[in-house]
Design a protein around this ligand. Sequence first.
Ligand code: SAH
Length: 233
Amino acid sequence: MKIAIMGAMPEEVEPILKKLDSYKTTEFAKNRYYEGKYKGVDVVVAYSKIGKVFSALTATTLIEHFGCEMLLFSGVAGAINEKLSIGDLIVATKLSQHDLDITIFGHPYGFVPEGSVYVEADKNLIELSKKVAKDLGVEVLEGIIATGDQFIADEEKKEFIKNTFKADAIEMEGASVAVVCDALKVPFFILRSISDAADMDAGFNFEEFVESSAKISADFLMKMVDELAGKNL
Ligand code: SAH
């Protein structure tokens, strides 16, 4: 089984690349892909660049071009749920595009015909994350992630996303990756560590905590790959 490990920004994949035994860099579609091995498992690592379009392109490439059969995403997010503080982890149960709006035609926010408001992440991978959290003794929230092509640093927008999607965290890539994986029938898992609270201080907090939170997420994700390696899939 070949596993795709994806982030959006260099900070999110650097701690992962450091853990690989060795890797080969390939350029494809104006991006770099790192093909390597981790504990005997074939992995392809990439950061997509920020936003829904780049992340959809990278997820599709990882699956269709590199032949990955499972996709794990690691990165940072803004907190909506008040239980989440900077550095805390959230696992997406389902994801939605908060900036998708054809409501004028009577559709709910996040919906287009033949699509769905939410896409659900793989249940087995969520179960595996619970085991890893227990083994590590860390708390991981399971919740809804809302995705859009906007960095949210505004209480009003945050309230809207919270109320409309019941979202617990917000970021810019998860739901687009989810749509791709769902369409291509590849199990996927989206993990985020909190870098800010999507409020007035979000820009400042993001800058300060992006690296440390990205590492927290990457370290947890690689513990999951340890488990997957042990299963000899
Ligand atoms: N520092 C970057 C821009 C970061 S954009 C630069 O200057 O180039 C924010 C990234 O972190 C996105 O990949 C998004 O998924 C995530 N993120 C963290 N907090 C967020 C928030 N409050 N709103 C939206 N995305 C957020």
